[in-house]
Design a protein. Structure first.
Length: 384
């Protein structure tokens, strides 16, 4: 939720301090020029408890910090005087040509960041040609989001992120709705059978405000006598590989697995028919002290061995980070929190600006490294 007395957005302010001697208004030094600028302004605009939910991580937030740091620690190694004319960021993914390798990661309850929530982020993604993944825990009906994306000619892929529900009939109902609405793939999140201990969020006293809910799910039914070990209660019905086989039997949609970090799981995922693997530690929100995704990516890429695409998320904040992910073998990346920051600073416009900045930075990184297309980005562009 935005703070009750949040100032108007900077972009909408009339130009102040216009100095005719300089021939125009003074530049607005507060206008965001980077994803970090969006983050800083979003922090000022959002209620502190909402900020703790949206941007916090698990426990000591070691993985949350490590994700960003790991991309920063990789060093680039450019080639010069390469032909760059006719360069582009296009690539193929699951039978579609994407304008660039950036998708919006699934994130719950986006109406906490802006009243339009997922409607705004989906529209911005579609206009900017970014793929969009809608969370099972979206705060807007999936049937309201899909047409916004499907109606945009420049759009990227539209996927639905699935948490397997305790009752299989609830899972099937969600899948049927996603199919009917036009979602083109399922992203099965496998790294969060329980929520991580999000201490920052608990300390802030965060609770979902009235009017914001996971509207695509049936109302929660509190478990009778839900005391006792986690393993006897909540995890009695936690998903296993057999459930993936069952899910595949229920739908023709391709299924990508999100939260694959171990090479053995990558192998099992491919054996079980996953259409793609997403290397993710849930943005440092589940198991703290997990390794950063940049460091986990290469082993998963090696197992996938070009049989299925590998995507990665976590800590991507610069075009050079996207470039490095591709250099390590990812087909594409997913962007998480910066989308929420853009939502907070300017709704759909803010998200579009965040995506535009990242795409522009990627193009610059490609040009400066001597790469004319994503296909040319390779490990040799990283300094060992
Ligand atoms: C507020 C928030 C809510 C999230 N909700 C979901 C979710 O519903 N399903 C899911 O698979 N991942 C969820 N994630 C994880 C993201 O999909 C993604 O893995 C992560 O944010 C990427 O890291 P980054 O934020 O550093 O870019 C959520 C992340 C955040 C920050």
């Amino acid at each position: 939720m935005r703070r009750p007395h949040a100032p108007p957005l900077r972009g909408s302010l009339p130009p102040e301090g216009a100095d005719p001697a300089w021939g125009g208004p003074a530049p607005d030094h507060r206008a965001p020029s980077t994803l970090a600028d969006h983050e800083q302004q979003a922090r000022e605009l959002l209620d502190p408890a909402a900020w703790a939910y949206l941007c916090g991580g698990a426990a000591d937030e070691i993985t949350l910090r490590a994700n960003q740091q790991a991309w920063q620690d990789l060093r680039l190694r450019p080639r010069v005087l390469q032909p760059l004319a006719g360069g582009h960021t296009r690539l193929d993914l699951l039978g579609r040509t994407l304008a660039h390798p950036i998708l919006v990661a699934p994130m719950a309850y986006q109406r906490l960041a802006h009243p339009q929530g997922e409607r705004a982020s989906a529209l911005a993604a579609a206009v900017l040609g970014a793929g969009y993944v809608l969370s099972t825990q979206a705060s807007v009906l999936l049937e309201d989001v899909a047409p916004l994306v499907l109606g945009e000619p420049a759009r990227g892929p539209l996927w639905f992120q699935l948490y397997l529900q305790t009752e299989r009939e609830h899972t099937v109902a969600l899948v049927r709705r996603a199919e009917a609405a036009g979602f083109e793939a399922l992203v099965l999140t496998v790294d969060a059978p329980v929520q991580g201990p999000r201490d920052r969020e608990r300390r802030s006293g965060f609770v979902l405000p009235p009017g914001i809910a996971a509207v695509n799910l049936p109302p929660p039914h509190p478990g009778a006598g839900a005391r006792g070990s986690l393993f006897d209660t909540l995890l009695r019905t936690s998903p296993t590989w057999d459930d993936l086989a069952w899910l595949r039997s229920q739908t023709d949609l391709p299924i990508l697995l999100k939260g694959i970090t171990h090479p053995d799981d990558a192998r099992l995922g491919i054996e079980h028919g996953a259409a793609g693997l997403i290397v993710s530690n849930h943005g440092g929100r589940t198991l703290d002290t997990m390794t950063a995704t940049a460091a986990l990516l290469p082993e998963v890429v090696a197992v996938a061995n070009s049989k299925v695409p590998v995507l990665v998320d976590g800590g991507i904040r610069r075009g050079t980070d996207v470039f490095k992910a591709l250099a390590l073998g990812a087909t594409a990346v997913m962007l998480g929190r910066p989308v929420l920051h853009g939502l907070a600073t300017g709704g759909a416009n803010g998200v579009a600006h965040v995506l535009r900045l990242l795409i522009d930075e990627l193009e610059i990184a490609m040009a400066l490294c001597g790469c004319r297309s994503p296909e040319q980005i390779a490990e040799r562009h990283l300094h060992a």
